[in-house]
Ligand binder design. Structure first.
Ligand code: HEM
Length: 403
C-alpha cells in the first residue's frame, strides 16, 4: 500500500489532498445535530445519481411509452420497484435534508462574512435542485406529471416578453408531449446533474477555504496554537467522518422504513393521480405541485395577476441570495441574538404554512392566510437591516470552550 501511494503521489497529489482536506483539516469541536445534513446531502445526491442511471436503462421518453416503461420497471424488471422507490423517496428526503441544512445556515449566521460565496453557491444549488425535481416529476408521464407539465409551462408563458419563447423551448411543441419528455430527460439526467456536481464541488472548495462556522459563530481560525492549528478545532478525519457515518446510518433507517413500508407516503412522495397515465382530457380535481415546491405555488396563487405573481415568485427565490447583505449584525449565531432567533423560527413556520396552503385546493377561504404568510415571508428579509442594527445582542464568547 505504501509503495502504491508513493507511486501515485509522485504523479498526483493524493496524500497531500487527504491531508489538507481530511486529516489536517480542522473543524470546530462543537458541531451538533444540525451539522449532519451537509454530508447527508452528499449521500442522497450519490444515491439519486446511481438509482437514476439504473432507471434510465429501462425508461423510454415518449408520450406513448413513458408511463408503461415505468410500469415495466415496477412489475417486470428485477429489483426495478426498489430502484424506483429509492429514487422517489430520495427526491423528497433530499429536500428535507436541504431545508434543514439551510435552516442551520439561518440559525448560526453561516451566510455571513467570510462565507458569503459559500452561501451564494448553496442557494444556487437549491434553485438547480428545484429545477431538477420539476423535470424529474414530469418524466413518468402519469396524469399529475402531465398536468404539472402543462400548468408550470403555461405559468412560464406568462413571463413578460420572454415567456412564450421560453415555454415553447421547454415544451418543444404546442403542448406537453414526446418532444417535452425528450428534452426534459436531457435536462434531468444530464444538464442539471452535471451543474449540481460542479456546484457541489465549488461549494466544498469554498467551505474548505474559509472553514466551517459552528453553533457559537466563533471563528476557530482566530485562535491558533504554536503549530498554527486552531485550538478549538479537531481533525475532520477521523472525528467527523465517524460522526457523519453514524448520521448516514440513522438516515438509512428512516430511508429504508419509507422505501419498504410507505413509499408513496400517503400521496406526498408519489402523487396518487400519478398512478394513472397522462390524459389531456381529464384534469385532476386539484393540480398541486410536490410538497417541496408547494410554498412557491401558494405564493403564486395568492396574487391574482399572473405576471405580478411571477415577479413575486422571482423575488422570493432571489431574497435568500441577498441575506449576507441584508443582515449585517456583527453577531453570527442566533444563540446570542434573541430577536433574530424568533424571527428565524417564525420564518420557518411561515414556510411550513405556505407549503400546507400550496397543497390545498384553491379555495377563497385560504386566500387571505396565503397573503398574510406571503407578506410575513418578505417581512423577514425586509426587517433584517433594521433588526441587525437595533437588536440588543448577548455577549459572544471569545472561544468555543468558553461558551
Ligand atoms: C446538493 C446540495 C448541497 C450539498 C451536497 C451540500 C454539502 C455541504 C457540506 C458537505 C457541507 C459541510 C458539512 C456541513 O456543514 O453540514 C456544507 C456546508 C454548508 N452549506 Fe451546503 N450543501 C448543499 C446545499 C446547500 C444549500 C442549498 C445551502 C444554502 C442555501 C448551503 C449552505 C451551506 C453553508 C452556509 C455551509 C457552511 C455551514 C457552516 O459552516 O455552518 N448548502 N454543505
Amino acid at each position: 500500500m505504501g509503495r502504491l501511494t508513493a507511486w501515485v503521489d509522485r504523479r498526483f497529489p493524493f496524500s497531500a489532498l487527504v491531508r489538507t482536506s481530511m486529516t489536517e483539516y480542522y473543524a470546530p469541536k462543537n458541531f451538533n445535530f444540525w451539522y449532519f445534513f451537509g454530508s447527508l446531502a452528499l449521500f442522497v445526491f450519490a444515491a439519486q445519481i446511481i438509482s437514476g442511471i439504473l432507471l434510465l436503462a429501462h425508461y423510454q421518453p415518449s408520450a406513448k411509452a413513458a408511463f408503461n416503461s415505468v410500469q415495466t420497471i415496477m412489475y417486470d424488471v428485477k429489483w426495478g420497484w426498489l430502484v424506483r422507490y429509492i429514487h422517489t423517496t430520495g427526491a423528497s428526503l433530499f429536500f428535507i435534508v436541504i431545508y434543514l441544512h439551510m435552516l442551520r445556515g439561518y440559525l448560526y449566521g453561516s451566510f455571513k462574512r467570510p462565507r458569503e460565496l459559500l452561501w451564494l453557491v448553496g442557494v444556487a444549488l437549491y434553485v438547480c435542485l428545484m429545477g431538477e425535481a420539476y423535470f424529474g416529476y414530469v418524466l413518468p408521464f402519469g396524469n399529475m406529471s402531465y398536468w404539472g407539465g402543462e400548468v408550470i409551462t403555461s405559468i412560464i408563458a406568462a413571463i413578460p416578453y420572454l415567456g412564450d419563447w421560453l415555454a415553447s423551448v421547454l415544451r418543444g411543441s404546442f403542448g406537453v408531449g414526446t418532444p417535452t419528455l425528450t428534452r426534459f430527460v436531457a435536462f434531468h439526467a444530464v444538464l442539471l446533474p452535471a451543474l449540481l456536481a460542479v456546484l457541489i464541488l465549488t461549494h466544498l472548495l469554498a467551505l474548505h477555504e474559509v472553514g466551517s462556522n459552528n453553533p457559537d459563530g466563533v471563528e476557530i481560525r482566530e485562535h491558533l496554537d504554536a503549530r498554527g492549528r486552531p485550538v478549538d478545532g479537531i481533525p475532520f478525519h477521523p472525528y467527523y467522518t465517524v460522526k457523519d457515518m453514524f448520521g448516514v446510518g440513522v438516515f438509512l433507517v428512516v430511508f429504508c422504513a419509507i422505501v419498504f413500508y410507505a413509499p408513496t407516503f400517503h400521496g406526498l412522495f408519489i402523487e396518487t393521480y400519478n398512478f394513472s397515465p397522462a390524459n389531456p382530457l381529464k384534469t385532476p380535481p386539484d393540480v398541486t405541485p410536490a410538497w417541496y415546491l408547494a410554498p412557491y405555488y401558494a405564493m403564486l396563487r395568492a396574487v391574482p395577476n399572473k405576471a405580478v405573481g411571477i415577479g413575486i415568485l422571482f423575488a422570493a427565490i432571489i431574497a435568500p441570495f441577498l441575506l449576507p447583505w441584508l443582515d449585517y449584525s456583527p453577531v453570527k449565531s442566533s444563540r446570542y441574538r434573541p430577536v433574530y432567533r424568533w424571527m428565524v423560527i417564525a420564518f420557518a413556520l411561515t414556510l411550513l404554512a405556505l407549503g400546507w396552503i400550496g397543497m390545498q385546493p384553491a379555495t377563497p377561504a385560504l386566500l387571505l392566510p396565503a397573503r398574510i404568510f406571503l407578506a410575513l415571508y418578505f417581512l423577514f428579509f425586509l426587517s433584517l437591516p433594521l433588526v441587525s442594527r437595533l437588536e440588543p445582542t448577548r455577549p459572544v464568547p471569545q472561544r468555543i470552550s468558553a461558551s
